[in-house]
Design a protein around this ligand. Structure first.
Ligand code: SF4
Length: 340
């Protein structure tokens, strides 16, 4: 079986080339061609013909297929449906923010976390994405839009920390100067609360932004929305978050999808503020987008503003997220696995 070079980190590529009897400094050249978007070894004109042929025989550079692109009339957001080699498909979203172009990528085909408000969870986990498949979402979007992407959020389909090894390779590759050269502080990884994996982020990638999907002020509500909460209750999760902030010195983001009549009352807001007091954090309120199958509805705008003001009054840094791409079902929680 041929090795997909896009899956390898620089170090792994060096080792791979040594195994092929080549000098390891070639890795930098090859790596940089891959992240410039080269789709074949023939394009790597600064490599000898002999090496190109050897690579042709032993390795490959896989590419995602764009199956569909939806453009938002409202704000320039584009939602991509990509086909994987095995027939699975994944979604990614390109967004234009004031601070720069951002791509939200998927880390798994499907997801096994089962959050009740999420379209991605409906068919369960199909499989983990490779580091190359994660990176190729960005490369394909840069090629299609003709625009450079400066910020990455791993917040599409899948639980990134449930695919930690490939996620790590992906982060190293897009951060590498010969790769996409995206700064650690421009990378955000979101988790639904896989507590045992949170210390790994502080140890391996202390500068990236960590976003934790909280969505509730207590276990009884969280258990209903997010089954992971039964395994790792909120106290444990918040303890891990406090430790993370202590170790990294970085502010943590809590995502809180406002679900009408479920987690959006004044009492819920007060309880949330009590739990987060003294923690260096920012709460991102997300008026839930309705996903037909879930039977849950988003909080009305006026109620979201009331909830936001209540937290603010209690000293919590909070904003209501501006929803991009809601007219093309590209907003959070609407990413969906579609089987071929
Ligand atoms: S919200 Fe995220 S973690 Fe939860 S089921 Fe959906 S993709 Fe998985």
């Amino acid at each position: 079986m041929k090795t997909d070079l896009k899956d390898l980190t620089m170090k792994e590529l060096e080792n791979y080339l040594e195994r092929l009897g080549e000098k390891k400094f070639r890795a930098k050249q090859i790596f940089s061609w891959i992240y410039k978007g080269a789709g074949s070894f023939g394009e790597m004109t600064d490599l000898s013909l002999e090496l190109r042929q050897k690579l042709e025989e032993n390795a490959e550079i896989k590419k995602l297929r764009i199956l569909k692109v939806q453009h938002s009339e409202k704000d320039g957001t584009r939602k991509y449906l990509f086909g994987l080699e095995d027939g699975n498909s994944i979604e990614s979203v390109f967004m234009k923010y004031k601070f720069g172009n951002t791509v939200c990528i998927s880390s798994q085909a499907g997801c096994r976390m089962g959050c009740s408000f999420c379209a991605s969870a409906i068919n369960g986990l199909q499989r983990n994405l490779t580091a190359g498949e994660m990176a190729d979402q960005i490369l394909s979007i840069e090629k299609d839009t003709g625009e450079k992407v400066g910020n990455i959020v791993v917040m599409g389909t899948g639980e990134p920390l449930d695919n930690y090894e490939n996620l790590s390779g992906f982060i190293r590759n897009i951060n590498d100067k010969s790769g996409l050269n995206i700064g650690m502080r421009n990378i955000t990884v979101s988790t639904c609360g896989l507590v045992p994996k949170i210390p790994d982020i502080a140890a391996d990638f202390p500068q990236i932004n960590l976003a934790v999907s909280l969505h509730a002020p207590n276990d009884s509500i969280r258990n209903k929305l997010m089954p992971i909460s039964r395994r790792y209750p909120m106290d444990e999760l918040l303890k891990a978050c406090r430790r993370h902030v202590g170790l990294t010195g970085r502010r943590i983001t809590f995502e809180y999808a406002l679900v009408r009549g479920v987690n959006d009352s004044d009492r819920n807001g007060e309880e949330l503020a009590d739990k987060l007091r003294g923690l260096n954090c920012h709460v991102n309120l997300i008026p839930l987008n309705r996903v037909a199958e879930t039977g849950l509805y988003g909080t009305e705008r006026a109620d979201a503003e009331r909830f936001c003001a209540l937290l603010e009054k209690r000293g919590i840094q909070v904003t209501i997220r501006r929803e991009l791409g809601s007219d093309i079902d590209a907003a959070c929680g609407q990413l969906r696995l579609i089987s071929d």
